[in-house]
Design a protein around this ligand. Structure first.
Ligand code: NAD
Ligand code: 89V
Length: 343
């Protein structure tokens, strides 16, 4: 079968990982790129040998000759670009955060459904090797029925050096990072009924919140805590590891720093090294995220070819995005938010 042809829009900080991953993915290649910043367009075009270059997305779509689009711009442009893809009936991947609001996200899903095109949100964290290993242990019934969980990302890493725009956003850690952690919580313990959250800004140099503690009531009856911080200075900086604790009817799972998976049950305690691979183009400590970029992009191609639903389809991601909005509403009003009523 011939390779699917892709076009990538947004040649910024993170898109370089996506371009490297497209080189590794089987069954697809990038044939055109677009960025309104000429320097970024040139840098990425030269680095990856892409000749078809556009400064305007409308011109890219008018020229066509590609099967899917990979939207790697920041959130402000996600809705117009996804709707542009829908108008041209081109299958689309859209980076997280999917949209500025749940209303926008719902409109984007509807536009793609009406156009009959697949839409996947690039929500890659659930594709990290350690997260997949936790899910596998649960599926193998290693701890029985889980009734409690904690999904924790606490770091002092200077995330603003690579992504300076994050310091200027009214909403920061839940919208940018917590969105991944909330998605992992859903992926591991299932959909959520209600959210209660508290937030704080500790770093005086940024605009949004950099600490959040979120209590989730899952539909299964399990309870979990998602806690995220970018102002936590530890003896060993764990960025970008998500740590997990799960208690089940027959045992416990702990994903501990250094990518160690500890499973305790009637058979005793077994510890497994679930470290991500260091891909040829990857660099520590980002290799965990970089490997998951490759994994989600391969999944995109595999599901497109077999006509299957994507794990983080637009429709699926509405349920994660609702948790983000619910967390902000809960923190602002000091109330518990009914998530099901939002969907
Ligand atoms: P960036 O600002 O470095 O890059 C965005 C690029 O898009 C810029 O070069 C900009 O000129 C271009 N652009 C914006 N609007 C455009 C438009 N309408 N047409 C053409 N070009 C346009 O941002 P970034 O840090 O690379 O982040 C991009 C997205 O990736 C964000 O949504 C961010 O949240 C997400 N991200 C995801 C992960 C992850 O692990 N999934 C990690 C980092 C960033
Ligand atoms: O996913 C993101 O958008 C990034 C990072 C992984 C650093 O939080 O901001």
């Amino acid at each position: 079968m011939t390779d699917l042809k892709g076009a990538l829009i947004g040649c910024g900080f993170f898109a370089v990982n996506q371009m490297h991953a497209w080189n590794d993915v089987e069954g697809a290649r990038i044939v055109a790129i677009c960025d309104r910043d000429p320097e970024r367009l040139k840098t990425v075009g030269d680095q990856f040998g892409i000749e078809r270059r556009y400064s305007d997305a409308e011109a890219l779509f008018s020229d066509g000759r590609f099967d899917f689009v990979d939207i790697a711009t920041t959130v402000q442009s996600h809705r117009p670009l996804v709707e542009l893809a829908a108008r041209h009936k081109i299958a689309a991947i859209c980076q997280k955060p999917f949209a500025k609001s749940l209303a926008d996200a719902k409109a984007m899903v509807e536009a793609c459904q009406n156009a009959g095109i697949p839409l996947m949100v690039h929500e890659n964290f659930r594709w990290q090797a350690p997260i997949q290993a936790v899910r596998k242990a649960l599926e193998e019934n290693a701890i029985g029925v889980p009734f409690w969980g904690r999904f924790s990302f606490r770091s002092g890493y200077d995330v603003f050096s690579g992504q300076p725009y994050l310091a200027a956003q009214d909403r920061f850690i839940i919208e940018d990072l917590g969105i991944h952690t909330l998605d992992i919580a859903r992926y591991i313990l299932g959909d959520v009924r209600a959210v209660t959250a508290r937030t704080k800004r500790v770093n005086p140099k940024i605009k949004g919140e950099d600490v959040a503690t979120i209590l989730l009531d899952h539909q299964s009856g399990a309870t979990s805590i998602v806690d995220v911080s970018y102002v936590t200075k530890l003896s060993r900086e764990p960025f970008p590891e998500t740590l997990i604790e799960l208690d089940g009817s027959d045992g416990t799972i702990r994903l501990t720093p250094g990518y160690q998976l500890e499973v305790t049950n009637a058979r005793g305690t077994h510890t497994l090294d679930v470290s991500p691979k260091l891909l040829s183009w990857a660099s520590r400590p980002w290799h965990n995220i970089q490997e998951s970029v490759y994994a989600i992009q391969q999944h995109w191609v595999d599901q497109l070819k077999r006509g299957g639903e994507h794990s983080t389809s637009g429709a699926d991601n509405l349920k994660t995005f609702a948790l983000v909005e619910a967390a902000y509403d809960s923190a602002a009003g000091h109330l518990t938010v009914d998530v099901e009523a939002m969907l």
